[in-house]
Design a protein around this ligand. Structure first.
Ligand SMILES: [Zn+2]
Ligand SMILES: [Zn+2]
Length: 190
């Protein structure tokens, strides 16, 4: 089992993730407008056209060593993903769902000290289709693995071992929801 260190840009938020094998997660690239909007809102370079490279796994594999109190949550809308970022340097750190029982976390590959243990990229999501809409590559495999990961974490009770939520299911950080105006201002105009 590999342990891969992660860090925010300034080095305040640090820790390690467990990577039992490349099959234990998804090494993917997300091209969706929400990921891009979040990156821009947090002052990061525009991820277009390469997209945001992510490692998808379960939260029990994430071990935060320092800077836990520097984490805050951004949501693009009242129903949006929890986009955990470091308040020290605004680095996007993790994406989770709102319900800890849905044991899922995405970590930007940029945060990891080394990505070789993740294996090759197995898919691309939400690529622009000429003429509108989206196309995906490797979507079924990615979706199946996510379901399997989440189900295993749920049945084994591993979902409870999360650095992101307390015992009552409350997130261990404050939440800020972007306004519609803030969101639209950052969207790419066709
Ligand atoms: Zn930082
Ligand atoms: Zn995305």
């Amino acid at each position: 089992m590999a342990r891969v260190p992660f860090s925010c840009t300034c080095g305040t938020v640090t820790g390690e993730i467990d990577v039992p094998s490349p099959r234990a997660g998804n090494h993917v690239v997300c091209h969706c407008p929400d990921c891009r909007t979040a990156e821009l809102y947090l002052g990061q370079p525009d991820p277009d056209p390469d997209g945001v490279e992510l490692w998808q796994t379960t939260p029990d594999r994430v071990h935060i060593a320092t800077g836990q109190d520097r984490l805050a949550i951004l949501r693009l809308s009242p129903k949006g993903l929890y986009r955990w970022h470091a308040t020290c340097c605004n680095a996007p750190m993790f994406n989770t769902l709102r319900n800890p029982r849905l044991a899922f976390v995405g970590i930007p590959a940029k945060r990891l000290s080394d990505t070789t243990t993740l294996g090759p990229i197995i898919g691309h999501a939400f690529m622009d289709k000429p003429g509108g809409g989206y196309r995906h590559q490797g979507f079924n495999r990615i979706g199946a693995r996510i379901m399997r990961m989440m189900l295993a974490a749920n049945l084994s009770g591993r979902w409870r071992k999360t650095p992101f939520f307390d015992e009552s299911g409350q997130p261990r950080a404050t939440i800020r929801i972007m306004t519609r105006e803030e969101r639209t201002a950052l969207r790419r105009t066709p």
